[in-house]
Write a protein that binds this ligand. Structure first.
Ligand SMILES: Cc1ncc(COP(=O)(O)O)c(C=O)c1O
Length: 420
């Protein structure tokens, strides 16, 4: 990691913790309730399911583990095809490296960086089994068109909602817009469960049973309940009834070994407190994004990522696009010189070594490639910024854009004179 401190950092934390989190942790630390698998996890899960509008919400230890578990539930078979966005963090598609499936990376829309329904349709074949999408930066993807397409072709849709907590799509929330969804509460996200954590949301009851086993160190298997061998055998202690029943059950198919993905009570307690503060946290993100939008409107060569009119952006990332040869890099340097930390999220995944090894190459997703290499940048936008830092950011952005515009006009003038 570069040792450089910025006047306006992209965010040591994506969220702000306060008295509600301290109270929850104090109650937990000073009490004698269990520190794992207690009531905080249940309460967090119930509140989360209610918020996003899903029947089930199950915590896990990270967004990555949530995605691994969700993908396990899809029952992918060798030879299946999975369509995936290349414009995301590697964890979205990483679990597919372990499977003998063909991944077809789908190009993105230049306004949103989300996969476009038309590009998805062009990639669907009779072998397509699943689609992995991300609501990039918190901007909801066009879910109605995508899920209608998927339903017509029998394709399961996974929403990676790592950025999308706080977003809305046609009055509903990401997490309830497709077959299954995964959230991350890692340090940088809109809310956090003490640095790491994740959640899987969906409606299917059979998946809830399987996921509960998978995350709880049990085997993901088909289990046929059997009668106890001797129903009249006396039990030494009441709970032994449960043990006896388990021993007499029969496994008819093993899908995969489970793991321990149990979220700690401390993490869940903080998650619940953070959820209670979500509207306020989102309000700060919206207000910063609004001020940055206002600056961009003064310059014709730059535009913000545009959420569709029927949706609400979660502003996990503030993304803008700079048009004109070399101008994005000039703006990046001008902002960096002024102490504003810039990010470029994310390098197109199909060009990473592991996916090139699998046969993917440049030219496969031309829009995703040209946006990342030439146009796109992410500005700081998070509730950890003090008002004075936001004022500084707004001013530094305006000055940097004016500087880049003046340089571009200066370079264009001799060319115009030569042409004239
Ligand atoms: C789009 C996306 N998916 C998945 C993840 C993985 O989440 P985690 O870091 O909680 O494992 C992240 C971020 O970290 C992400 O940005």
């Amino acid at each position: 990691m570069l040792d450089r401190s910025y006047v306006v950092p992209c965010g040591k934390r994506g969220s702000v913790l306060g008295q509600a989190e301290v109270r929850a942790l104090t109650e937990l630390v000073q009490g004698d309730a269990p520190l794992s698998m207690g009531t905080w996890r249940d309460r967090f899960e119930r509140a989360f399911a209610e918020l996003v509008g899903s029947r089930h919400a199950l915590t896990a230890t990270s967004g990555t583990v949530s995605l691994e578990l969700a993908i396990q539930l899809l029952d992918l078979r060798p030879g299946d095809e999975v369509i995936a966005t290349p414009q995301t963090y590697q964890a979205t598609v990483m679990p597919l490296l372990d499977r003998e499936v063909t991944v077809r990376f789908c190009d993105v829309d230049p306004m949103t960086l989300n996969i476009s329904p038309a590009a998805v349709e062009a990639l669907i074949t009779p072998r397509t089994r699943a689609l992995l999408l991300v609501h990039y930066g918190g901007c909801p993807a066009e879910m109605d068109e995508i899920t209608a397409l998927a339903r017509r072709h029998g394709v399961l849709v996974v929403e990676d909602c790592a950025h999308a907590l706080g977003a809305e799509y046609r009055g509903r929330r990401p997490g309830s817009l497709a077959d299954i969804a995964c959230f991350s509460f890692q340090n940088a996200k809109n809310i956090t469960t003490l640095g790491e954590g994740g959640m899987v949301t969906f409606d299917r009851d059979d998946w809830a049973v399987r996921l509960e086993r998978l995350r709880g160190n049990d085997v993901d298997a088909r289990i046929v309940p059997q009668e106890r061998i001797d129903p009249d055998e006396p039990l030494v202690l009441p709970w032994m009834k449960y043990s006896a029943a388990v021993y007499s059950d029969r496994v008819t198919r093993i899908r995969r070994a489970g793991t321990n993905a149990t979220m700690s009570e401390a993490a869940a307690a903080v998650g619940l407190a953070q959820l209670g503060n979500l509207d306020a946290l989102q309000g700060v993100r919206r207000s910063i994004a609004g001020r940055l939008d206002e600056v961009l409107r003064r310059y014709a060569f730059v535009r913000p990522q545009q959420a569709p009119a029927h949706s609400r952006h979660a502003h996990h990332l503030y993304t803008c696009f700079v048009e004109g040869r070399g101008l994005r890099d000039q703006l990046l340097l001008a902002l960096d010189r002024r102490g504003v930390e810039i990010q470029l999220r994310y390098f197109p995944l199909h060009l990473t070594p592991e996916w090139r090894y699998r046969g993917h190459s440049r030219g496969e997703c031309p829009v995703a490639e040209s946006m990342w290499f030439d146009q796109h940048l992410n500005l700081p936008c998070h509730p950890g910024l003090r008002p004075s830092q936001v004022d500084y950011l707004v001013e530094a952005l305006d000055e940097s854009l004016a500087e880049v515009q003046a340089t571009a006009e200066g370079a264009a003038r001799p060319a115009a004179l030569a042409a004239g």
